[in-house]
Design a binder for this molecule. Sequence first.
Ligand SMILES: Cc1ncc(C[n+]2csc(CCOP(=O)(O)OP(=O)(O)O)c2C)c(N)n1
Ligand code: SF4
Ligand SMILES: [Mg+2]
Length: 291
Amino acid sequence: MIGEQLFDMKLYESDIRPDWCPGCGDFGALSAVKGALAGLKIEPHNVLISSGIGCSSNFPGYIRTYGHHGLHGRPVPVAVGAKIANPALTVIAIAGDGDEYGIGFNHVVHAARRNHDIKLIVLNNEIYGLTTGQLSPTSRFGQKTKTTPFGSSIFPLNPLSSLLGIGATFVARGFSGQVKPLTRMIQEAIKHRGFALVDVLSPCVTWNDLYDDIRARMYDLDSVKHDPSDYHSAMTRALEQDKIPLGIFYRREDLPSFDELLRETTGNSIPVKEVRRFNDIERKAALSMFD
Ligand SMILES: Cc1ncc(C[n+]2csc(CCOP(=O)(O)OP(=O)(O)O)c2C)c(N)n1
Ligand code: SF4
Ligand SMILES: [Mg+2]
């Protein structure tokens, strides 16, 4: 057990220093996640952070919790499996817009639809950062990138309206330049019963510096007295183009999570000790697939 007084951000300090570019938005998101866990007094060994590939997906290395730095687009299925195997864990998938809204989007859709009790934090810089500036699913119409030198002719994916459309029970958008509100938002997502998306506008200062643009157009949903239980209002706000609303767009707590239903139907979840390790024959068979 950890003493109450020790729950501060230092508890989650990793030995590894982030190698993100100075000024990268992901630093703000890292502080917010640490602050959220400390505020909720969740011990590091009770947290799993599952990531994919990209600058943002280096996240698990920079925080002292359990972590899984996996394949591009696959943070969500790993998170879903871990949560089913060990319901006591707080499971958070963290990755970039390319990872989660591109190659991994099918997993996001189905995890949200089933209301798996995992939290998805997307560090959305509207670009492929790690691979040096190619078009991502959230890049803007007309945007010049390495793969669209004459400007993109594709309209961007709107993650918030998409997730609202398929029935996600918690949808929020934060800004890594505003760590305190983002911290509170992540805490609400963690406390939520079921799947939660927190889309974090997290500028890439090297390939797509959107700090000024975001600051000029953002506003707080609380300032317009938005009611997060109002689905139609949430969708209207999510579809806004000129301004950038920040906050919790939508939340409903009356639906059971997949994990609760699983426990109801099976009598219990799979006890951790019954999750078998591969034996030698199974391991050989699995490895032979790569021969
Ligand atoms: C299966 C697969 N396809 C493509 C890549 C190459 N790749 C590595 S990172 C990346 C995009 C990263 O963009 P994003 O997810 O937005 O993360 P960011 O670097 O912007 O944080 C791509 C396409 C890969 N590693 N694996
Ligand atoms: S390339 Fe962009 S996303 Fe990657 S660390 Fe640098 S600023 Fe951040
Ligand atoms: Mg990106």
